[in-house]
Design a protein around this ligand. Structure first.
Ligand code: MTE
Length: 305
């Protein structure tokens, strides 16, 4: 039998997440008798109810850290802490994204309708970048399979391709780093897209996503390196063949299609054996599939890709 001995840095779930962070806004507004508060709160889907199925073995990353240490090359690639200061001109409302390709019911979704009609929930997920930094954050979103149900893919649809927004006037990186194949694009196999962990995200820390985290809508795939989770999505296509991806196109020897977290498979520039937790940078062992083996291992039949 496998007995799990907690490591020194692990703490209990209920200690990890200060409950007041999620309820204080609601209580405060009500007790202060804030005029119209109840109407305001009724209209907002945030914070969404947390799904208790997803628990962590580590503390939740402080909000300030997750919102000020970002990879979003459309803005800056040298300095992760500079992204938040460059996103000002980026317009995220109104926002529409198109779902097209091999589907019976192609549809253009309006972001406001999405947050009103999809079953929003909060999930605590580990979040791991190929550069070896890691976080644990509360995302708000809905299972991507719910969106798939709406558009009804045809049997020939075997893969899903995601495209991020192209706005060179608002995103300085799309002009400055002209060696990249903009806009950012990514892909998943159909069973990966249908997997219950595959999450389409509109919020973080109980409120709408901030621009630096991929507002207004992004993917989150906690068993893969972060680059498989495109931000600020404008197009989703159901297709018959494995799509090219942004990072594979740019550096084919460094980035594969599957990109599952695997401590035994080093990236040419970063060992994946350990990860460093933001913001302390403490090193801890990397887990296969980032700890999500029970949900995803069967899709890869023992091969870790
Ligand atoms: N999506 C777009 N459009 N552009 C990017 O540069 N970076 C990826 C991913 N999605 C990226 C992107 C990488 S490398 C990571 S690790 C995560 O976003 C970072 O998400 P975060 O800043 O919310 O932590």
């Amino acid at each position: 039998m496998l007995i799990k001995i907690p490591r020194g840095w692990e703490i209990f779930q209920n200690e990890a997440t200060p409950e007041h962070e999620y309820f204080s806004r609601r209580t405060l507004l009500k007790s202060a008798g804030f005029l119209g508060a109840s109407r305001l709160l009724a209209a907002s889907p945030y914070p969404a109810k947390r799904n208790p199925e997803f628990t962590l073995d580590r503390p939740v990353t402080p909000e300030w850290a997750a919102e000020s240490y970002n990879n979003f090359y459309e803005f800056n690639q040298e300095d992760k802490q500079a992204v938040k200061d460059l996103v000002g001109p980026f317009q995220i409302s109104p926002w529409k994204f198109e779902v097209t390709g091999l589907v019976d019911k192609p549809k253009t979704f309006d972001l406001d309708d999405i947050v009103r009609t999809m079953p929003l929930e909060e999930r605590l997920y580990r979040h791991r970048c190929v550069e070896a930094w890691a976080m644990a954050v509360p995302w708000t979103g809905f299972p991507f399979s719910e969106l798939i149900k709406v558009v009804e893919p045809k049997p020939q649809a075997k893969y899903v391709k995601f495209t991020s927004v192209y706005r060179p006037k608002e995103m300085p990186g799309q002009v400055r780093y002209n060696w990249y194949p903009w806009p950012y694009f990514e892909g998943l196999r159909m069973d990966e897209a249908m997997n219950p962990l595959c999450f389409m995200v509109t919020g973080l820390y109980g409120k709408p996503l901030l621009k630096q985290n991929g507002a207004p809508i992004r993917m989150v795939l906690p068993w893969k390196y972060g680059y498989k989770s495109p931000k600020s999505i404008v197009k989703i296509e159901f297709i018959g063949r494995e799509p090219e991806t942004f990072w594979h196109k740019f550096a084919p020897t460094e980035y594969g299609f599957y990109s599952n977290v695997n401590p035994a498979k080093p990236h040419p520039r970063w060992s994946q054996a350990t990860e460093k937790l933001i913001p302390t940078m403490d090193r801890h062992p990397t887990l296969l599939y980032n700890g999500y083996e029970k949900w995803v291992a069967s899709m890869y039949k023992g091969k870790e890709f």
